[in-house]
Design a protein around this ligand. Structure first.
Ligand code: GRF
Length: 185
């Protein structure tokens, strides 16, 4: 079986769904102290916190990414699923993991790229948004689309209610897409 690592930063509800779905995860990696680390611990999955201390424009993205690559190689990780990981990685990671990193984004790409996809979709006034699971590339929120599902926007939606409905869909779709993706790499 190809060894999977899941990267997290936030609430970790997608990681939780993967664990519930019995996906075999060999390493959880976080860039900050977050719930995902606790979930990993409770599930007996090795977890690594590579704390990012610098959020300034001077952040040495390459050096930080190289630390991540070292951890992945130490754990013999074959592929990666980013699940709400908030650090954009340097392209140096693709020297080892080209075509083997996937990401989920809470919008229907190529619309609403970036950190505020749900807010931006609401502000634009779209009636339908959703989630996209895609191959990660050097360019943010680009790369081959592996899975996509639509979610209807309700008139009373706030960023929180809409994001939660999108995440409900992501929690079902992501484990499925990861399994299908694994067969192709
Ligand atoms: C998801 O909506 C994902 O698309 C986005 O971050 C969210 C992660 O949620 N990149 P959680 O931390 O797993 O609850």
């Amino acid at each position: 079986m190809k060894k999977l690592s899941v990267f997290v930063s936030g609430k970790g509800s997608l990681l939780e769904a993967m664990i519930k779905d019995n996906l075999v995860i060999r390493l959880v990696l976080a860039d900050r102290n977050c719930r995902g680390l606790e979930l990993a611990k409770a599930a007996g999955i090795p977890a690594k916190l590579l704390r990012r201390t610098d959020f300034s424009p001077n952040f040495d993205r390459r050096a930080y990414t190289l630390q991540i690559v070292r951890v992945l190689l130490d754990h013999r990780i074959y592929f990666v699923a980013m699940a709400g990981f908030m650090t954009v990685l340097h392209q140096v990671i693709f020297e080892n993991y080209q075509g083997r990193i996937i990401n989920t984004h809470p919008a229907l790409l190529p619309s609403f790229k970036g950190d505020h996809a749900v807010r931006d979709a609401l502000a634009y006034g779209v009636k339908v948004t959703g989630c996209t699971i895609h191959l990660a590339t050097e360019k943010l929120d680009e790369g081959k689309i592996l899975g996509q599902k639509a979610v209807r926007v309700m008139p009373c939606d706030t960023e929180e209610t809409l994001h939660e409905r999108i995440k409900r869909v992501e929690r079902r779709l992501y484990p499925y897409v990861i399994r299908e993706f694994e067969k192709t790499i």
